[in-house]
Ligand binder design. Sequence first.
Ligand SMILES: [Zn+2]
Length: 72
Amino acid sequence: MSFSESNPADTRRRWIAAGTTIAADPDATVDCPVCGQEKLAVQVVEWPDGSKVDLHMTCPNCGARNVVTKQK
Ligand SMILES: [Zn+2]
């Protein structure tokens, strides 16, 4: 899948969808919302108090990144 046009609203919608999918299952494979060329790599980082986790999503192809915070 490839995204030929870069409409910021569409990109934002895809990030939200990616975050929702990955929050539900950090092992899910999600296409990069920006370039569509690669699957997002996910790094799970626990908060110091252990109440939440940050899910860092990074594209190995274009370097796009975003973070979604998930309640444990
Ligand atoms: Zn990308």
